[in-house]
Design a protein around this ligand. Structure first.
Ligand code: FES
Length: 178
């Protein structure tokens, strides 16, 4: 009887250990996926990123001039919640919408973390929050994440160049110069 109980406990321990290990591998895989850069080319202050492989609601982190750049392809469900005003923050390529922003909190510069379940960013430094378009939803950040200068070339985004879409964002106050 005692042996049976011990055997069961050993089995439960192994099963739980297995689940934990699997969970850990899953978390590492998810983390790696979100940090896998899209195909990109960096040269003389410009970063060219092909957005074609981007997946809905999977955050991509790139780097441009030493700054983290967040790219988030919006799903149809996410777009259904976006107001016309907030839609101005998004970049449209071939009918798909992307949030592209400098991943530094506009309060004091911490790097916010993305929660794909909640479809929001939380800045752990002082609790500021942003929605999936990187518009601020909870103070203290004074504004949404800044949008870096960009130019659209086919399915590619060239960071560091100024295209007409970015100029429009500056003109209507959607973002400020970075
Ligand atoms: S630095 Fe992000 S809330 Fe303060």
């Amino acid at each position: 009887m005692a042996n049976n109980t011990k055997g069961r406990r050993d089995f439960m321990g192994m099963a739980l250990g297995g689940f934990t290990a699997l969970g850990g591998i899953g978390a590492l895989y998810a983390m790696k996926r979100s940090w896998d850069p899209l195909p990109s080319v960096k040269a003389a202050g410009f970063t060219t990123i092909d957005l074609a492989p981007a997946q809905d609601n999977v955050l991509i982190t790139e780097k441009w001039r030493g700054k983290p750049i967040f790219i988030l392809k919006q799903s149809k469900k996410m777009m259904s919640k976006v107001s016309d005003e907030t839609k101005k923050r998004l970049i449209e390529i071939n009918g798909a919408h992307y949030m592209v922003a400098v991943g530094l909190c506009t309060h004091l510069g911490c790097i916010p973390g993305y929660d794909p379940t909640d479809e929001s960013f939380l800045c752990a430094c002082h609790g500021g929050m942003y929605d999936a378009t990187a518009e601020v939803t909870k103070a203290p950040p004074p504004r949404g994440l800044d949008i870096p200068p960009f130019k659209i070339e086919g399915t590619k985004l060239v960071l560091g160049e100024t295209g007409p879409e970015y100029e429009q964002m500056l003109a209507d106050g959607t973002t400020m110069p970075v």
